[in-house]
Write a protein that binds this ligand. Structure first.
Ligand code: SDX
Length: 438
C-alpha cells in the first residue's frame, strides 16, 4: 500500500501578493503535477489577522493528493494518471482498487495476491449479522450501512491502531472486502430472504451478485455480461478527488478516529440527494416524468428559481463538461439491456431529456451536463436492484476511494486535524438578563 508521504508541491517562482488592509502580504504559489496552481494561505491569519471565506469550498484545495485528477472543463478523470475510459474498458474493480491503494497497476501475481487477500475478509462476524434484526424490514439500506459499518470498529480492535501501517492495511482490506457482504445482507433483510454467505470461488462482483440475488433453494449462475457491467459501474464510482463524502472521511480521519468510523461518516454524507443519493433520485425523477411528452414541463420546472425541483443526475461542482463516467454509463445501458433481453421506456425518456436539456440555453449557459448518476439507475434497475439499493452500491464502490484517501492523509507527515474557522455574524458580547427582568 502506497504509504509514501504526500509532500507539498514544489513552490513556483511566481508568488502572489495580497494587499490586506494596506499591508502587502507575499504568498507562495505552489504547482501540482497538472491542474491549477494553489496559493498557499497557511500563514494568512498569522500575517493579516484575516480568514479566507469560501463556503462550499468552491475555490479551496484542502490537501495534496496523488490519487485522482479531474479537469472539469475538459471532462477528464484520471486515477493515478490512467484515464477513466481506459480503466473502464480494460481494467477490473479489483485492479483499480489495487492501483488506487498502491499507486501502480499490479503485475499478475500482485493482482492475484491482492484479490485472494480481499477474498479472505469477505465474511462478517456472526454476531454482526444479528445487528440487521434490530432494524425494521423497510429500513433504508443506507441507514443500515451507516449502522453496520460504524459497528465494525466494535469487532476489529486488532486493526484500529492507525499509527501502525499493518493495522491500516488490514482494516483497509477488511472494509473493501466486507462492503459487498454488508450491502447484500441489507437487501436480503429488506425482502425477508436469508443471508447468503460469500462464495470466494467467484469474482468480487460475482460474489456480490450471488449474495444479493442468490437463494439457498437454487443454484445461482452469474451472468458474465451483467458481472462485467456491474464491475465497470464499480470502477466508475471508485474515487473522485475531494468530493463531499471523501472530504468527510478525511476530516473524520484527521482527528485520529478509526477507519471504520471514518467510512461510516462518509456513507452518511454520500446518502444526500445532492451527492450519492442522486442516482436513486434520478431514476425516481425519470419514472415521475414517465413519457417523453412530459419532459418539457420538468425542464421548465428545473429552470424556475421559485421551484426547488432540479434535474437529478444533472450538473456538477467540477464538471462543466460531460462527466466522462456518464458517457461510459450510457453505453453500458445498452449492453445490459441486450444481455438481459430487457428494455425500459425510462431509458428513452432519459435520452430525450438529456438531448432537450443540452439544447436548452439555461443548461448550456450554466454548463449543466449529465453526471455519473443520470444513467446508473437505469442499469441497476434492469439488473434487478430496487432504487433504495442504488446509493448503497455507490458506497460499496466508493469505499476503496475513501480508504485510499484516508491512507494518503494518515501517512502524510504534514497532516493535522481539520478545523476551519468562520465569519461570525451573531450578537456581540452582552450581559445576561435575569428571568424576572426579560
Ligand atoms: C455526485 O463532487 C463529486 O465529485 C460528486 C460525485 C462523486 O463522484 O463523488 O461526482 C457524485 O454527487 C454527482 C452529483 C449528483 N447530484 C445531482 O445530480 C443532484 C443535482 N445536481 C445539483 O444539485 C448540483 O448540480 C450539484 C449539487 C451537483 C452541484 O451544485 P453546485 O456546484 O453547488 O452548483 P450550484 O448549485 O451553485 O448550481 C449552479 C447553478 C445554480 O443556478 P444559479 O443559482 O446560478 O442561478 O446551476 C443551477 C443552480 O440552480 N443548477 C441546476 C442543477 N444543478 C445546478 N438547475 C437545475 N437542475 C440541476 N440539476
Amino acid at each position: 500500500m502506497s504509504d509514501n508521504p504526500v509532500s507539498n508541491g514544489p513552490a513556483t517562482p511566481n508568488a502572489a501578493v495580497l494587499n490586506a488592509g494596506g499591508k502587502e502580504v507575499p504568498l507562495q504559489v505552489r504547482s501540482g503535477s497538472v491542474g491549477p496552481d494553489v496559493i498557499d494561505i497557511r500563514k494568512l491569519y498569522a500575517d493579516t489577522g484575516m480568514f479566507t471565506y469560501d463556503p462550499g469550498f468552491t475555490s479551496t484545495a484542502s490537501c495534496d493528493s496523488a490519487l485522482t485528477y479531474i479537469d472539469g472543463d475538459e471532462g477528464v478523470l484520471l486515477h493515478r494518471g490512467y484515464p477513466i475510459g481506459e480503466l473502464a474498458e480494460h481494467s477490473s474493480f479489483m485492479e483499480v482498487s489495487y492501483l488506487l491503494l498502491n499507486g501502480e497497476l499490479p503485475a499478475k501475481d500482485e493482482l492475484d495476491t491482492f484479490t485472494r487477500t480481499i477474498c479472505r475478509h469477505t465474511m462478517l462476524h456472526e454476531q454482526l449479522m444479528q445487528f440487521y434484526r434490530g432494524f425494521r424490514r423497510d429500513a433504508h439500506p443506507m441507514a443500515i450501512m451507516c449502522g453496520v459499518v460504524g459497528a465494525l470498529s466494535a469487532f476489529y480492535h486488532d486493526s484500529t491502531d492507525i499509527s501502525d501501517p499493518n493495522h491500516r492495511r488490514i482494516s483497509s482490506h477488511r472494509l473493501i472486502a466486507k462492503m459487498p457482504t454488508i450491502a447484500a445482507a441489507a437487501f436480503k433483510y429488506s425482502v425477508g430472504q436469508p443471508f447468503v454467505y460469500p462464495d470466494n470461488t467467484l469474482s468480487y462482483t460475482g460474489n456480490f451478485l450471488r449474495m444479493t440475488f442468490g437463494v439457498p433453494a437454487e443454484k445461482y449462475e452469474v451472468i458474465p455480461a451483467v458481472e462485467r457491467a456491474l464491475d465497470r459501474i464499480f470502477i466508475l464510482h471508485a474515487d473522485h478527488e475531494q468530493n463531499a463524502s471523501t472530504s468527510t472521511v478525511r476530516l473524520a480521519g484527521s482527528s485520529g478516529a478509526n477507519p471504520f468510523a471514518c467510512i461510516a461518516a462518509g456513507i452518511a454524507c454520500l446518502w444526500g440527494p445532492a451527492h450519492g443519493g442522486a442516482n436513486e433520485a434520478a431514476l425516481n425523477m425519470l419514472r415521475e416524468i414517465g413519457t417523453p411528452d412530459k419532459i418539457a414541463h420538468y425542464i421548465e420546472r428545473a429552470k424556475d428559481k421559485n421551484d426547488p425541483f432540479r434535474l437529478m443526475g444533472f450538473g456538477h461542482r467540477v464538471y462543466k463538461n460531460y462527466d466522462p463516467r456518464a458517457t461510459v454509463m450510457q453505453s453500458t445501458v445498452r449492453e445490459v439491456f441486450d444481455a438481459l433481453k430487457v428494455t425500459d421506456p425510462v431509458f428513452e425518456t432519459a435520452l430525450q431529456l438529456e438531448d432537450m436539456a443540452l439544447n436548452d440555453d439555461y443548461f448550456r449557459e450554466k454548463k449543466l451536463f449529465p453526471n455519473v448518476d443520470f444513467y446508473s439507475g437505469v442499469i441497476l434497475s434492469a439488473i434487478g436492484f430496487p432504487t433504495t439499493m442504488f446509493t448503497a452500491l455507490f458506497a460499496l464502490a466508493r469505499t476503496v476511494g475513501w480508504v485510499a484517501q484516508w491512507n494518503e492523509m494518515i501517512s502524510d507527515p504534514g497532516q493535522k486535524i481539520g478545523r476551519p474557522r468562520q465569519l461570525y455574524t451573531g450578537p456581540t458580547e452582552r450581559a445576561y438578563v435575569p428571568l424576572d427582568k426579560r
